[in-house]
Design a protein around this ligand. Sequence first.
Ligand SMILES: Cc1cc2nc3c(=O)[nH]c(=O)nc-3n(C[C@H](O)[C@H](O)[C@H](O)COP(=O)(O)OP(=O)(O)OC[C@H]3O[C@@H](n4cnc5c(N)ncnc54)[C@H](O)[C@@H]3O)c2cc1C
Length: 462
Amino acid sequence: MIDDLRIHPGGEPGPRPAGELVLYWMQSTHRAHDNFALDFAIEQANALRLPVVVYHGLRVDYPWASDRLHTFILEAVVDLYADFEARGIQYGFYLDPGPGRRPARSPLVLLAERAALVVTDYFPTFIVPRQTRALRRKVEPPVVAVDSCTVVPLAFFDRAHLTAISFRSALNPAVPHYLRRPESPEPRIQRAIDLSFEPLVPTAATIPALVAGLSIDHAVPPAIRGGTRAGRERLAEFLATGLSSYAELRGDPTAEHATSRISPYLHFGNLSPHEVVLGAREAGAGQSSDKFQDEALVWRELSYNFVQHDPKHRTVDAIPGWAREELRKGEADARPVLYTDAELEYARTGNELWNASQRAFLVDGWMHNVMRMLWGKAVLQWTPNAAECLRILEHLNNKYSLDGRDPSTYAGIHWIFGKFDRPFYRRPVYGTVRYQSLKAAAGKFDTEAYLSRHARELPGIG
Ligand SMILES: Cc1cc2nc3c(=O)[nH]c(=O)nc-3n(C[C@H](O)[C@H](O)[C@H](O)COP(=O)(O)OP(=O)(O)OC[C@H]3O[C@@H](n4cnc5c(N)ncnc54)[C@H](O)[C@@H]3O)c2cc1C
């Protein structure tokens, strides 16, 4: 049975008796394992003696749609076909061809109208809440959103926690109960359903041409291979070679394998947070394993707690009052320089270390945590105010980073403005909000090595 705290119904009555299927509409949890929405759909389908069908669509018109994001998702779809087939579950993927080439009626709506019940992923930010509300308005069957985001369900916490210390003490007692691999039920009714659209079955060989034919941003090229298989390879490699020195080396952005680099796979749901944390526990005890679990559990789930409880997490209204006031006063202070959006985006500032970190986003689609902190703090003094800084940081993070558009995006960016932090000594522009210096970074790690690692420009942009 799925924990009630994971289930977010839309207020509609129960399943429609007339339905021919239970539909799982996959939005943000791109995996066939450890997936509570899928499990709930199977449970309901078994109880109603109906088949379960998985519909997964990819639009062209979501914000920041690009070759990079589309390719990552399509690579995950290759795995999803294999994984659902192995479980005997019908999965159909629909690639939106874009305006003017779409069928008269949306394949999702057509399928949902035939369902007794629609189950979808609960995700507290980006386009997911809006899409779920839109389907609820369009179709008669109930649309139930189920949370697979975190180890401890988001609804377990009835308030926003303002510090990691407070959140840790609320989360830790719940972990023993929730930290286990979910036992997924098997579907009892195996009956193929006519999907009313031709599902697309991509392969590694066909993905480049598929992506090239869509009207999305072709200037942001693929960067990291997507999917559960690639994610598990990455996780296994880290657990075998990086975890034991994580506590010691995670602060060094030049130590390439010191952190897991699994954030894109967690963002798209290719990996479950359960398998990541349990994997670290099984790989060994000690300071490094504890530190990694603290990041993957406490900091990651604190980010979800923030976004879940603050509908204004994309705005400066989510900055803590004391910090907002400090930054507002700092607007009167002289900036060393103000850069245009293009100078920031294409890594054309006067600071070479900052440019190298931005090139990590541009070229690799990922940036080390230490560099993200320096990167964000620097932009505060190169923009006129916090609102402008937030706008450009969100744009750069979400456009280029494969783990962007995530609760951790907004928690990370708001940390730049003082969220989860305390006041420090006052200085111009920042007031008492913590300052971090790009210049001082030279004494902390080998900045020359970082510069040469990120010397490559993204071809064709800027
Ligand atoms: C300005 C700024 C922007 C950020 N934007 C994002 C973003 O868009 N997406 C994103 O996933 N993270 C973001 N972070 C948090 C953090 O930088 C990344 O999660 C981390 O660098 C990912 O690398 P990793 O997978 O090697 O992490 P590891 O150190 O190996 O940690 C394992 C996992 O724990 C989680 N985690 C680690 N650190 C944090 C943290 N500080 N906050 C929340 N979760 C954490 C991530 O899911 C990560 O994959 C941002 C931080 C800052 C300061």
